[in-house]
Design a protein. Structure first.
Length: 159
């Protein structure tokens, strides 16, 4: 999908202020509220805008321990990979899961209350998944950069 200047402005604003009213968004971009509503609906329908969310502070939600977990699986056939994906989708502790190339097969972003909860997660939920052969964990000490905003380039601009 190609974006014009107005689409880029809309996406720029909505990525940092998704709870803005249609009227305020229209005013900031400089178009009418009905025109704005039509553009936003088009961006949603096309799948460019996937969802609107509230970002929760992990510490204040008592989930202040984050880990990146590399998982290797024994068998790499379609069924084994799909089974692992299906099981991971059921685990609330896993915020993100990536199927990766390299030494391991999956990279998980896991958020838990503390090390004890992580131990329980590994022993009772992750390790029992059929085919898991290795688990390597890196705990996050501090967050240096966290951003959910995607820069939408103008195709006429150089990167």
């Amino acid at each position: 999908m190609k974006f014009d200047k107005i689409d880029r402005q809309i996406l720029e604003i909505l990525q940092t202020s998704s709870n803005i009213t249609n009227a305020e968004l229209a005013s900031r971009v400089g178009i009418s509220p009905p025109g704005m509503l039509e553009r936003v609906k088009r961006l949603e329908k096309s799948g460019v805008i996937k969802n609107y969310v509230a970002l929760v502070n992990h510490d204040l939600a008592e989930k202040g321990t984050m880990a990146f977990v590399s998982v290797g699986i024994k068998v790499h056939d379609v069924d084994a990979v799909q089974d692992f994906k299906d099981k991971i989708m059921e685990l609330d502790e896993v915020l993100e899961c990536y199927h990766i190339a390299g030494e391991n097969d999956f990279l998980l972003k896991v958020v838990i209350r503390d090390i004890k909860e992580y131990e329980n997660f590994v022993i009772s939920k992750l390790n029992p998944i059929k085919g898991v052969s290795r688990i390597r964990t890196s705990f996050v000490l501090s967050n240096i950069k966290y951003n959910t905003k995607l820069k939408i380039n103008n195709p006429d601009e150089e990167n």
